[in-house]
Design a protein around this ligand. Sequence first.
Ligand code: LIP
Length: 274
Amino acid sequence: MALNAFEKFAIEIAFAAGAIIRRGISEQKSYSTKGTDIDLVTEYDKEVHDYLTGKILSTFPNHRTWSEESAIGERAHGFFDEGYVWHVDPIDGTINFVHGYPFFAVSLALYKENQPLVGVIYDPVHGECFSAIAGNGARLLSGGESQSISVSDASKLVDSIVATGFPYDRHQNPDDNLAQTAAFLKKVRGLRRSGSAAIDLAYVALGRLDGYWEFRINSWDVAAGVLLITEAGGTVTLTGGQAFQLRPQISLVASNGRIHAPMLDVLESVKRST
Ligand code: LIP
């Protein structure tokens, strides 16, 4: 199948998933916790997960899915490296969704032998659908209009807005990104924490943010956004500067490319001082 057909399919199911999410926005949502007491899952996460994985596997029986709500048993080593895998976050920003804080999105990406082919992030609150095809640029679909998107041209941290997030085990784990966040606060124009990595990454691709970093984040949170950014002219690496490769948990830096080295330097300066 041509990549634009995969993109069209992904956009269609992302929009349908967005309709499920919108149904729940104003409702009082019941939820349970998983892992830690601040890692939430609602019935909407599960309904969107079932919808997306059902559509993918019924349409592409030889593909596999790797989703936030999937069975732990699937986390076999090498799962990413073979064939077609769809990385799915039914609701990225679940805490925001539960609290009615309007930053959450559907994020899905198709990878083949762990190389990105198509990425889609749909924000049902603001009606913005970001998509990218490997080698064919990144786009924003909003209000029925589609436009090519590209990263910002900020070249100094002091002229930049950057975003980050924090791991769910931060109440227990001293490796909590606080020292790094404090260091950036002393260097940048602005720092944001939306609570949705997918939206943060989409905003870097669109130029609303100039950079993003996060430690120990799950692959489904970032699989689509990293393709958006590289197709929009930006740069994505691991936090040590190594080439990016998708893994179940990952620590990454994403930027417009111009402030990438200074971002890595800030993280390295904290590493040296701890
Ligand atoms: C969230 C990310 C956020 C990160 C949270 C969590 P979820 O994804 O979007 O950036 O800081 O720890 O991973 O769990 O809402 O899909």
